[in-house]
Design a protein. Sequence first.
Length: 468
Amino acid sequence: MAEPLWTSDEVLAATTGRLAGDGFSAGGVTFDTRELQPGDLFIALAGERDGHEFVAQAFEKGAAAALVSKPVEGGPHVLVGDTLKALEALGAFARDRAPQVRRGAVTGSVGKTSVTQAIAAGLRLAGPSHNSVKSFNNHIGVPLTLARMPRGTERAVFEIGMNHAEEIRPLSKMVQPHAVCVTTVGPVHIENFPDGEAGVAKAKAEIFDGLGPGGMAVINADNRWFDQMKQAALHVGARVMGFGSDETADARLLDFQPDLNGARVSARIWGHDYVFTLAQTGFHWGLNSLAVLLMLDALDVPMETGLQALSEFQPLAGRGEERRVRVEGGEFVLIDESYNANPMSMKATLASLAVRRPEDNGRRIVALTDMLELGPDADDLHAGLAEAIEQADVHQVFLAGPHMKALWGVLPESRRGAWAATAAELSPQVTEAVRPGDLIMVKGSNGSKASLIAKALAGLDFSARETG
C-alpha cells in the first residue's frame, strides 16, 4: 500500500490545529472540489466564495478530511485560525520533511510555464520528482505544490509568478530553491509598476532571495536587464550562469533551424558543442532549451537525460501546440498560442512564423486578441506589432479587442482581414477565411479569450467529426 501523503498527526504538527473526529490519512491535497479525488485533504480557502460552503460537497466526493477555520459536519476536520496560513505551514513542513530534495524555481515575463514543465520532464527521467501543475505559481499555488510533494521526492521544480512587487520574494523563500531561472524580463504587468519595465526587472530579481549560499542563478544573457539581474544574484551569494547568443554566455545558442517536425539546435555549453532536436518550432525555444539544460544540471540531472527530455517534450496546450486541421479540399496548420501574450512573446512568435513556409500555396494568417495589463502605453504597444507582422510576411491579419484596433489602424489595407470588438465576434470571420494550405497562428492574453478562436478553428476538423 502506498505511503500516505499526509497523516492527521502530521497535519496537526504542521498547523498546530485541533482535530475534530477520527484520525485520518490523505493521499492528496486540494482546495477545489471540482478536482478533488477520494482520499484527499480538502482545504477551505477564502476566495470569491468561502471554501467552507463546499466542505459538505468535499465529504460527499470522498474527502478524507477538511482543513477549516470553523466547525463543520460530515467528516474529520482540523480547525485552524487561518486556512491559507495553514496551507503555507503544510508546504513548509513538506519541504522540511524531505531534506534530500533538490529544488528549482522558475520565473520570467515570458515562457516560465513551458520552461518549468520542460525541466519537470527532465526531472521525471532522472528519478522520483515533483513539479507545479498548470500555472500554480501564486500565493496559493506555490504552497499547494509544496504540500503535494511526496516525502520520497528526489528533485522538484516550482513556477513562481507575480503581478506586483513583493510577491515573488516570499514565495521563493518558501520554496528555498537550490537553483532558480529567470527566463527573460519584458513589458508585462507594467500597469502595476510606476517605473515600468525596470520595476518588473526588480520584481523578478526577488526570486534570488530564496537561494541559499552557493545557489545557482540561471539568467537570460541576451536580455537588456541581465547585468542588473546578475548583480542582484551575486549580492545574495549566488553563482550565475548566463544563457544566450552572446559569446560570453555559459550556454550559447549557435544555430536554430526549425523544420516540419520541430527544430535542430546547435549550442556551446561550457565550451562543449552539442547538436540536439526539439519538438518545438518557435525561435524562443532555442534559448529556452539552454535555460532548461542549465537548470537540470544544477539539479544533478545528466546532460544526456536533459537532451532526451527536450527531444520528447511536446508544446503545451495554448503555448505553441500545433495541429493539422482537415477541411474540405485539404488541411491547414493551426498554431495555438492562445494562453497568453505580451509584446515580447508576440514578436517572438511572429519571428518564428516568418521562417515557416505554408504548404500548397497557403498563406500566413494571424488572429490576435488584446494584450492586457500594459498600462497607458497599451495602444502604442499594440500598434508597435505592425513591423513584426510585416517582417513575418503575414498575408492576413485578424484582430479582436479595443487595443488591437490601434494595430488595425496602422496596418496596410492589403494585410487587413477583419477587426471585431471581441474574440467571440471575430471567430466566425476567421473560420470563414481559412482555407487548405494556410498556416494560422492564434495568440492573445487569456483574459481576451483568444482561445475561443483557436477552438473554433480546431472545430472545423472533418476528421474529428468523423471519429467523434
